[in-house]
Design a protein around this ligand. Structure first.
Ligand SMILES: NC(=O)c1ccc[n+]([C@@H]2O[C@H](COP(=O)([O-])OP(=O)(O)OC[C@H]3O[C@@H](n4cnc5c(N)ncnc54)[C@H](O)[C@@H]3O)[C@@H](O)[C@H]2O)c1
Length: 363
């Protein structure tokens, strides 16, 4: 099935299927004239899935070279990007060539950043292989590398020409990574769709068992929600796209303070969702029943709901460095009811501190 991201001349399809990786080459060849590609993947995906994708690109007449980066957040760095620029030059990529990102959000963000900047921008395709990337990171054109002082501080908006999701690739994904990916789906339901939120609650067993139909529904449901938000606010200007940061204000800070890669992105955002709910409780805009349901749902999926003993002061200072801080104030996304959120720039620091300490931050 296809979900269309409507962005005028930059519109593209997200194709969602199961066992479809071998057809990606043909689809990429149909999406643009480029006949040369750099396939970027990581050490965990290279053996499992890259050979099939590389041979399907070759079969479609696209001359492909592969670069394998070390797995993990540390590859989202300027140093890793510099090595990819070398590879782009070595294999003769020109402005008509492709960069194909095969992997999770790390590979997608890194390869997308290189595609956005090499020769002032060349075409790229996302072939996401983690649930997190299929549901979320591969869609919307945000690409970035990290700075030692914060995540995603160096980046661009660069839309892919095509996103090719084969939910079958998730069969090799370690269980904790699969579970971490569920956070973004829960977030999408919370912020935009009560029906999708209910689906997450009712289909938990089928989803965790990787039932192909349930997974395709999961990925397409999330992509539809994200595509609509991105189409309405591509560059995060009107506030609509900022709602996707639900759970991320705290989540990014927890990832940074724990040390990038220690706490998975989805795990950190799960704790961020709990914190956002509790802040909304303090404002009286979110009910105790909804908060209890949210915390129970995250727990049922095996996601954390408490801060693992990290220092409060460091969490607060990283949050303030976060690029979403505007004019010295943090902008929170707070749930109002399942399917609806509001932006709040006036959350008192004392409330934030109280919630963080209650969740386990060390004062
Ligand atoms: N651009 C965006 O809009 C956006 C949105 C959300 C998150 N992100 C970014 O995404 C990153 C997190 O992405 P992630 O959770 O996919 O992590 P990841 O890319 O690090 O992948 C997680 C782990 O799974 C392994 N892996 C990937 N696919 C596999 C497969 N099919 N089989 C076996 N192993 C596999 C990877 O090697 C890695 O060890 C973060 O850097 C985050 O900032 C970006």
């Amino acid at each position: 099935m296809n979900v269309r991201v409507e962005l005028g001349a930059r519109s593209y399809d997200i194709h969602i299927g199961s066992g479809t990786l071998g057809q990606a080459g043909r689809a990429i060849a149909a999406a643009g004239p480029g006949r040369r590609a750099l396939l970027v993947t990581d050490g965990h995906v290279a053996d499992n899935h890259a050979p099939l994708l590389a041979s399907s690109l070759h079969a479609a007449g696209i001359a492909t070279q592969m670069v394998v980066v070390p797995p993990g957040e540390r590859s989202k760095s300027l140093e890793a990007a510099a090595r990819l620029y070398d590879a782009c030059i070595d294999c003769g990529l020109d402005r008509g060539s492709w960069i194909v990102a095969l992997g999770g959000g790390v590979v997608g963000d890194l390869a997308g950043f290189v595609a956005a900047t090499f020769l002032r921008g060349i075409a790229f395709v996302q072939v996401p292989t983690t649930l997190q990337a299929q549901l979320d990171a591969s869609v919307g054109g945000k690409v970035a590398v990290d700075h030692p002082r914060g995540k995603n501080l160096i980046g661009a908006f660069h839309q892919p020409r095509l996103v090719w999701c084969d939910v079958g690739t998730l069969a090799t994904l370690p269980r904790p990574e699969l579970v971490a990916g569920m956070t973004e789906a829960i977030k999408h339901g919370l912020l935009a769709s009560p029906a999708y939120y209910r689906f997450m609650r009712r289909q938990r067993e089928a989803l965790l068992a990787l039932d192909p139909r349930a997974m395709a529904r999961l990925v397409s449901g999330s992509c539809r929600i994200k595509a609509a938000v991105v189409a309405s606010d591509e560059r995060e200007e009107s506030g609509a796209r900022a709602t996707l940061n639900l759970g991320h204000t705290l989540g990014h800070a927890l990832e940074a303070v724990a040390g990038f890669g220690t706490l998975r992105h989805g795990e950190a955002v799960a704790i961020g969702l709990v914190a956002a709910g509790r802040l909304a409780r303090l404002r009286g805009t979110w009910s105790q029943r909804w908060q209890a349901e949210l915390e129970a749902l995250l727990t049922e999926y095996g996601l954390p709901t408490r801060i693992p003993g990290l220092p409060l002061g460091e969490i607060l200072s990283v949050m303030h460095l976060d690029k979403k801080a505007r004019a010295g104030q943090l902008r929170w996304v707070l749930p109002q009811r399942p399917g609806s959120v509001a932006l709040a720039a006036d959350v008192p620091v004392a409330d934030v501190q109280a919630v963080l300490v209650a969740l386990g931050a060390v004062a």
